[in-house]
Design a protein around this ligand. Sequence first.
Ligand SMILES: Nc1ncnc2c1ncn2[C@@H]1O[C@H](COP(=O)(O)OP(=O)(O)O)[C@@H](O)[C@H]1O
Ligand SMILES: *[C@@H]1O[C@H](CO)[C@@H](O)[C@H](O)[C@H]1NC(C)=O
Ligand SMILES: *[C@@H]1O[C@H](CO)[C@@H](O)[C@H](O)[C@H]1NC(C)=O
Ligand SMILES: *[C@@H]1O[C@H](CO)[C@@H](O)[C@H](O)[C@H]1NC(C)=O
Ligand SMILES: *[C@@H]1O[C@H](CO)[C@@H](O)[C@H](O)[C@H]1NC(C)=O
Ligand SMILES: *[C@@H]1O[C@H](CO)[C@@H](O)[C@H](O)[C@H]1NC(C)=O
Ligand SMILES: [Mg+2]
Length: 472
Amino acid sequence: MSSTVGKSLRAAALLSFVVLSILVSLLISSVHHFGANMSKPSSCGEGDEYDEELALNYQLMQRRQEIIPLIFRPEDKKSIFPAHGSSWDLNMWREITRGSGDPMGCGALQDMQAVEVLGSGYTKLVVKVTLAGGEDVALKMVNEQGIDMGKCVEDFKDPHGCRQLVSYKLSKEVALLHRLQHPNVIKFKGHCVGEAAGRVTVILEQGNPLQMIQLLQSPWEDRFRVCLDLVRLLHFLSQSPLGSVALLDFQPRQFVMVSGELKLTDLDDASAAETTCWSDGDCSLQFPHRNFTLSCSSRGVCEGLNEKMNIYNAYRYFFTYLLPHQAPPGLTHLVDHIMNATGELKANMNETLETFEHILHLYQSGLHLDNMPPSLLADYSVMSNMTTSGNAEYRCWPSYSQHGCVLSVHSAREAAYICNSHSQCSSFTLSGQKTWTGHLLASFRSSFSQLVPEQTSEVYVKKSRALETPAL
Ligand SMILES: Nc1ncnc2c1ncn2[C@@H]1O[C@H](COP(=O)(O)OP(=O)(O)O)[C@@H](O)[C@H]1O
Ligand SMILES: *[C@@H]1O[C@H](CO)[C@@H](O)[C@H](O)[C@H]1NC(C)=O
Ligand SMILES: *[C@@H]1O[C@H](CO)[C@@H](O)[C@H](O)[C@H]1NC(C)=O
Ligand SMILES: *[C@@H]1O[C@H](CO)[C@@H](O)[C@H](O)[C@H]1NC(C)=O
Ligand SMILES: *[C@@H]1O[C@H](CO)[C@@H](O)[C@H](O)[C@H]1NC(C)=O
Ligand SMILES: *[C@@H]1O[C@H](CO)[C@@H](O)[C@H](O)[C@H]1NC(C)=O
Ligand SMILES: [Mg+2]
């Protein structure tokens, strides 16, 4: 029994190797055939149609060439033609071409129900579907109305060939999703390659497009989380299995939120290529309002270019909007330091992550509140296992609830400090609900009509001066 399995596995491995070898020889022969002037083949005398076909074939070949390095194991990096077929990552190739190793394949898409369009870009269309089992997932496919498809059809007048060309971007994304697994990269569930080659559908966990406007109005703690997630992702990318990876199309729309966590979803423009150089002058990094010159290493590559490109993009698209505004007073010096170090490219990814984790640590342990008076709670009476009803609410900003004033606090003491600073506040409740950092949600109010039993909830009522003074 097991020997049969072994045999068929070996056969499958052999088959995959053959497929791959054919592909490589195809690439080589097409390079030989068409020479270096492929993008503008001429003088064949066969007219435009022939030229267009050749040019499209050339582009298809280039796209395949982009994917092949992604399916090597790291030890193959030095040699493009390894001595033994076994050192190719055969399983990965099989997964990419047929989806055989994925948790979900074409079968999972039977009897699914389309729910809504989640988003679209130049290349891809993403829809939310409910699978037969009831699970919601996101499906990525070629965007027939997208700019990529439109330009290709205009140039080559071959919708079928173009669909295949654009599909290679999805195949590249599948290869990258395999190699770059991280909590802040969208979870890959599988893919389906349709009967007519060139119909690639990728199955992903479903998220929600990043709403920058909404995020700008969120509490600092939530905005900090997005930045921290991004930095953790970029740190991983700076030393990933593929080397240091740059996100060439770095914009908020390439990310989605999955239960409060930021995840990268558009990977087809990720690149691990290094920039070669003769001198520092070759290593310039240009942005609309800022240029940098990096150093050219003795190896002849621009030192940390991919990492630095990511850091500056994180600064200009995320940190400037999300980080400084309403940062806790005890942390502003560290936030200012991050803004300056990333905006000037003075810190590398390791240092940037370290500072972010340090801020998280201070925030979670409440160390940034050290200068708060210790005896604040003496002014309050506490009622355990109680909540209030008949509340008179007031609004505050940035509240976790639209109806009243609900804020994240480190402790009852910080809540008391906040209550004292709000003229309307006379009591607050700690419900036992926690935020992602482990902070407590405190509801502040101006008055309530009665106390109601409620496990794990505590009500703090400000002792009235009127009651205290007669005792004197
Ligand atoms: N897993 C997902 N869940 C929800 N929305 C998604 C998901 N993946 C992508 N999207 C949305 O679809 C849009 C297009 O996807 P993307 O991969 O960026 O395509 P393109 O390469 O064409 O830009 C994204 O901007 C995002 O808003
Ligand atoms: C490519 O074409 C250009 C003119 O279009 C020509 O000058 C050049 O020599 C060609 N290169 C090769 C390698 O054929
Ligand atoms: C950046 O460099 C480019 C090309 O050298 C130049 O045109 C541009 O003005 C520079 N931008 C800034 C902000 O210095
Ligand atoms: C960083 O700090 C220096 C000196 O204080 C200042 O000139 C510069 O504008 C700051 N840069 C950024 C991006 O905040
Ligand atoms: C970051 O740290 C890792 C190991 O922790 C190290 O290998 C790498 O060289 C560091 N990168 C930089 C730019 O210092
Ligand atoms: C609140 O309820 C918990 C759980 O039932 C109990 O252990 C605790 O003693 C109660 N606290 C007070 C002050 O009654
Ligand atoms: Mg995109």
